[in-house]
Design a protein around this ligand. Structure first.
Ligand code: UD1
Length: 359
């Protein structure tokens, strides 16, 4: 069986790594080809993760880079079609909800190649998010849908997806987290940044709806400025956010700002934080397992299990709301969490076993 595995942007790498390791246990049965679209290309958005995760160099690099949604999606499709025609895989496996996910799934189905989507069925019900469009469309055209949480089963059932396409397997991002925790503990990032554990809050922001609009950004920053009077904010900054904050003249001076960090450094920083403020999807899941309170600076989440069972609170983007939640969490002694079903470090094994049986 020849499988093309697609990665493109930062959150894809830690999802694909455990799947590739599992596949490599079956060299006589599965021949994997790793394709990197190049959606993310900076060293600290891509190469650092290949190093930390021990991912091999991609077999094929498409080098598409940045652009508008249409440009980026179209460029990926054009280049990926050539790869599919040359390699004739039995299956294309995509992960997550980035433009590379949809572009490669769409290219494959049009050539009648089967598609598996890992992390299917998540819905924020907010169609202004590019990721929501990518999720809806990728799920609609995929043959095999691998699900991380119960809400995904319900969402897909409502959309009329056949039961025999859905497989509730758990969360590959948590496979990576559990596999890398010991290595992350050896990170020296705290001393490099002169931080004591529990003495800081970790901040990440990169969603278009938060950072592309000046007034939305200003509202969030006003709250963060107030919070930073009470606790040091550590802000590894996404290139998109850095560009926008510089353009708006809003780059905050009293936060500890760093370049985007590698996987181990970031995991360590997260695991030792008092709390996390973020608009990322994956970080809501990781903090649930690490038992670190997470305040999500969005109006919704496509990962509701992190709020139902885990440490996540959806606080929105209103200044007063962000502030009141941050003050509560600053006083909190311990956060209880329940581990969501099947977030046990074996999701990739289940996926590969299912693929071996199906194809
Ligand atoms: C993308 C995903 C988002 C995911 C995020 C993780 C889509 C629609 N969005 O958002 O779901 O959560 O990745 O990071 O696929 N840039 C660089 N260097 C890079 C990559 C990007 O400087 O290596 C800058 C460029 O200015 C680029 C901008 O960041 O225009 C946005 O990059 P893009 O890939 O379009 O989206 P992200 O915001 O990274």
């Amino acid at each position: 069986m020849k499988i093309i595995l697609v990665v493109g942007a930062r959150p894809n790498f830690m999802k694909m790594a455990p799947i590739l390791y599992e596949i490599k246990k079956y060299p006589d049965r599965i021949h994997p080809l790793l394709v990197h679209t190049g959606q993310h290309y900076d060293k600290n958005m891509s190469d650092l993760f290949f190093d930390d995760l021990g991912l091999p160099k991609p077999d094929i690099f498409l080098g598409v880079g940045s652009g508008s949604h249409a440009q980026q999606t179209a460029k990926i499709m054009e280049k990926f079609e050539v790869i599919l025609l040359e390699n004739k895989p039995d299956l294309v496996l995509v992960v997550g909800d980035v433009n590379s996910t949809l572009a490669c799934a769409l290219t494959a189905v049009k050539l009648h190649i089967k598609v598996a989507h890992v992390e299917a069925g998540l819905r924020s019900f907010d169609r202004r998010m590019p990721e929501e469009i990518n999720r809806l469309l990728t799920d609609a055209i995929s043959d095999y849908l691998f699900l991380t949480e119960a809400s995904a089963v319900k969402n897909l059932e409502k959309e009329g997806v056949a039961q025999d396409k859905m497989f509730f397997v758990g969360n590959v991002m948590i496979d990576s987290l559990l596999q890398n925790l010991d290595k992350a503990k050896q990170s020296t990032i705290l001393s490099q940044l002169q931080l004591e554990k529990q003495s800081y809050a970790l901040l990440t922001l990169h969603r278009a709806e938060n950072v592309d609009n000046r007034s939305a950004m200003q509202e969030i920053l006003d709250a963060l400025m107030e919070i930073s009077k009470k606790i040091q904010l550590v802000f590894p900054i996404h290139p998109r956010t850095k560009n926008k904050l510089e353009e708006f003249g809003l780059l905050p001076k009293n936060f500890k700002i760093t370049d985007p960090l590698g996987y181990w450094d970031f995991l360590h920083l997260m695991s030792q934080a008092k709390f996390v403020l973020t608009d990322s999807g994956g970080i809501q899941e990781e903090t649930t397992i690490l038992q670190i309170p997470c305040l999500t600076l969005r109006e919704n989440t496509e990962r509701p299990v992190t709020a139902e069972k885990g440490t996540n609170t959806i606080v929105g983007t209103n200044k007063e709301k962000i502030l009141s939640h941050a003050l509560e969490v600053l006083e909190r002694k311990k956060s209880q969490t329940q581990i969501p079903d099947l977030w046990d470090g074996h999701a990739a094994r289940r996926i590969v076993e299912i693929l071996l049986n199906l194809i």
